[in-house]
Ligand binder design. Structure first.
Ligand SMILES: NC(=O)c1ccc[n+]([C@@H]2O[C@H](COP(=O)([O-])OP(=O)(O)OC[C@H]3O[C@@H](n4cnc5c(N)ncnc54)[C@H](OP(=O)(O)O)[C@@H]3O)[C@@H](O)[C@H]2O)c1
Length: 214
């Protein structure tokens, strides 16, 4: 049976991934922030020691508080460094992904198009995306596939925290709606179920919101 660890698996996108993986028969550990807090180094070490090996690892966590660059403090940068960078590095170093396995990162469209009030998110997600790329090349030799999923606006608690008028936001998007977490869940489960191996890099999961052409 395929074993999967989904961090941030109690709500939103992570939960949808965990549900979809269960539907294809995987044995899933769906972790909440109580099970593992990626901003707390000891919590991550303890969690990784509890689950030292897996077939599918989903690196996901809560997003940082929105702040403009001028509003940020040194403490914000320290916390986000651990939340979005060190915690995931520790998971990759400590948890052995079995040969032929998968690692999915839930990053954000801000990796490619930073927005002013998400500077903390953009900075550390971009930094970790570089680590993820390096690791994906190393893992490829063991047929481990690494996919960086960069969501646009999705219908989750996170979006409701960030945006006052979600309806207005939805209407402004190219598809006239937010993304549904189940769409990412189905994508991840489909890749695992179909044993798709040659896919890599960043997937813009944004309903055509991004302005980038290449
Ligand atoms: N939704 C979007 O539109 C969107 C767009 C781009 C990027 N993203 C990013 O994608 C990720 C998932 O988004 P989402 O919308 O699914 O978020 P969400 O609905 O807020 O869910 C966050 C999940 O992460 C967990 N979590 C929160 N803080 C954590 C911490 N310190 N350590 C470990 N786990 C933690 C939560 O656990 P609890 O239940 O215990 O709180 C929950 O399971 C976030 O990083 C978000 O910033 C989201």
């Amino acid at each position: 049976m395929t074993h999967a660890i989904v961090m941030g698996g109690s709500r939103g996108i992570g939960r949808a991934i965990a549900d979809a993986l269960r539907e294809i028969g995987a044995d899933v550990v769906a972790a909440s922030s109580t099970d593992v807090d990626t901003s707390d180094r000891q919590s991550v070490e303890a969690f990784a020691a509890r689950y030292p090996e897996t077939d599918v690892l989903v690196l996901n966590t809560g997003g940082p508080e929105p702040k403009t660059f001028a509003q940020t403090t040194p403490e914000d940068w320290d916390r986000c460094h651990d939340l979005l960078f060190t915690g995931f590095c520790s998971m990759l170093r400590r948890v052995r992904v079995r040969d032929g396995g998968y690692v999915f990162l839930i990053s954000s469209m801000v990796v490619r198009e930073p927005t002013p009030n998400l500077v903390l998110s953009a900075a550390y997600r971009a930094a970790f995306s570089e680590v993820f790329k390096v690791v994906s090349k190393e893992y490829a030799g063991r047929e481990i596939t690494c996919v960086n999923i960069a969501p646009g606006p999705f219908d989750t608690d996170r979006t409701r925290q960030l945006v006052k008028d979600v309806k207005e936001l939805a209407g402004s998007l190219p598809m006239g709606r937010l993304g549904r977490p189940e769409e990412i869940g189905a994508f991840v489960a489909g890749i695992v179920k179909d044993r798709t191996k040659y896919i890599s890099g960043i997937i813009d999961f944004d309903g055509a919101s991004s302005a980038r052409s290449i």
